[in-house]
Design a protein around this ligand. Sequence first.
Ligand code: C2O
Ligand code: CU
Length: 755
Amino acid sequence: MSVGTLITFDLLVAVLTAATWLGAGAAAAARRSGIALALFVAAAVLSVARAATAAVLAGAGWWFVQEKVTLTLPLLAVAGGVAAAVAGPRLVRAARGGRADLAGRPAVVVPLLSAGYAAVAGPVYALLLGYPATWSAGLVTVALVGAAVLLTWRIVSAPRSLPVGAARAAVAAALAAGLAGTGLAFVPVPETDAGGGPPTRHLAAGHPADGRTAGTTGTHTADEHATGTGAGSGAEHASEAHRSGGSATAEHAAGTDTTGEHAPEAHESGGSATGEPAPEVHDAGAGGVRSMTSLRGPSEPAPGGTTRRFALTARTATVTLSSGRRVAAWTFDGKVPGPPITAVEGDLVEVRLRNADVTSGVTIHWHGYDVPAGEDGVPGLTQDAVRPGQEFTYRFLANQVGTYWYHTHEVSDIGVRKGLYGMLVVTRRAGGPADQVSGSGSDPASDGETGRTRDGGAGTGGPAASTPGLDLTLPVHTFGGVTVLGDHDRAIERSAAPGTPVRLRLVNTDNTPHRFTLAGTPYRLVAVDGQDLNGPGELGRVGLRLPAGGRYDLAFTMPVARTVLLAVDDRTEGLRLSPQEGAGSAGSAGDGAGWPELDITRYGTPAGTPFGPGSRFDRRFTLVLDRGLTFSGGQPLYAHTVNGRAFPSIPTQVVRDGELIRFTVVNRSRDTHPWHLHGHRVLVLSRDGRATSGSPLWLDTFDVRPGEVWEVAFRAANPGLWMNHCHNLAHADQGMVLHLNYEDVTTPFHGAHGG
Ligand code: C2O
Ligand code: CU
């Protein structure tokens, strides 16, 4: 049984335990001694089963059982033990001797019901509070159970059957516990979390320099290659190297690129299977404090690149899907998805965003693209939301090759769902001048249907963009319950000559994962989240589970006499690619339903990485994801929580430029949480304690399923204030958001919100 299933099973057993104890008490009170005895036995067995499931769960990690071991199971053990000792023998006598009146006595009813109250605390605590168990919540729980027991005693017992002194003492104890617990709830929590590293000085927005000089730590580990130290001394370097996308740290590529296929200037391209984003050189500026407004992109492309200008206008529009179905949408340029942004590595991408009439405001966040913080498009943190009539211009170097996407970050749950998203695809520079892709807002190379088709840039993970081929970007989105690829709510029909290299760029713009199957040809999963995989093997008859926000690039050569069928969720035909127009059938969407799911942590071939599980980390953070009752802004909310809290009261993670950071992300809940840190790609170290055994896996969105524990690591080499959140944007909206701040960065913007 998976840990996720066990979590649900445990909850079920906990509810049954409570129901049987309470049922036994009620049956006893009703003098149904036979039923009461049967329920009592069931309750005892279930209580032991709870302990057993907790023991198994503990094997997956302390986070999964902490509140059970420290609070709810001991409570149940005490109450259940008393019930067994006091009520048990009497109940047996009553049932055996046919003395129903015996069963109704307080000495039977009260202990059974008390065990019931204690048992209720188990699932209620797990559902409402979860991890971590606190003294505050623990005391309140004990007080509530105690109060319920006393009240029951009072009601069931004859007047004056209780010694007055004992009764008063019990009431006083319950009251004291309740008050103490309530009081503790008001003890403020720290606003920041240093992750076990050296203390940082956290500079809240609007409180600039305190006079000290910002320093980077210089605590780099020996197990890294040379350029790791580049970031450590970054503050001393000249600022002109900032975000040059080019030459400053060319030796980095040589150190990590096992393929050796691309030129040194590609070191930040993201194309290397092992490519850690190069540590960059930053100017801390006078006083050692940087404002968000200074962390902007360059104004010139890298040598050899060009400037690509796009203009996007956010506006409400009615969009017509391929079937003729009309959808009321929020759009960029009246289209869903928005116009594709394409570039060749080294280009400068300049996007002028205007808002026509999206009243809640709009921004553009470059999902998975590690742009300078000031270009990240987070309202209230990196900029103000763009209101109707306003505009904002983004500039960044296209220094990561691969498949990315962009979306609004203002009320993003609604905005993205309604259509404020588009594709961002950067292709490798083929040695010569830039590919002749138009740099205007409308892309003439686009087929107007599925994103874009180019004559170049296909390849199968190779270095050059010179191979002619078919390159399709296929964003999946759900409009009103209908699965749509691009703007197609019916299968996309295309043809490609046999032998054509084909690249399919799958992008999940929804809040939940989608399963893709590709039938009719062997293929390779050549890139994940824009990063090429190392040595991806040939695949067939597998399901690909694409997390919310994630991207998979599939590559194959068009087969001779077969149609290739891409299906979504085993029910929707996404793409039919035939060798010639009107070619034969290719089966149906459901054909791959039984295919096993590919485990990307074991796919491909291992290769060197700049750090790994054995590295010495400067800071470690643990994020336990759960659901719970919170009070945000004075309003009670059944929130999606991190370490028991919801935005904005989750402590901000504070790091320093150049540090190596490790995250442990634990999912205690029964929902899947696609975790997404802005501004950094993370290297997956392990999942559920098992190290990755395939290609190095650099992700920007990793899907933490119920019961899973992921260990990931990244180099803090992109100074800023960053969102760190669940990419199920509905979860983010309900609290599952925190910030990761570089200690010396401030922002003049206010009111960062959860969406
Ligand atoms: Cu694609 Cu903060 O998100
Ligand atoms: Cu989530």
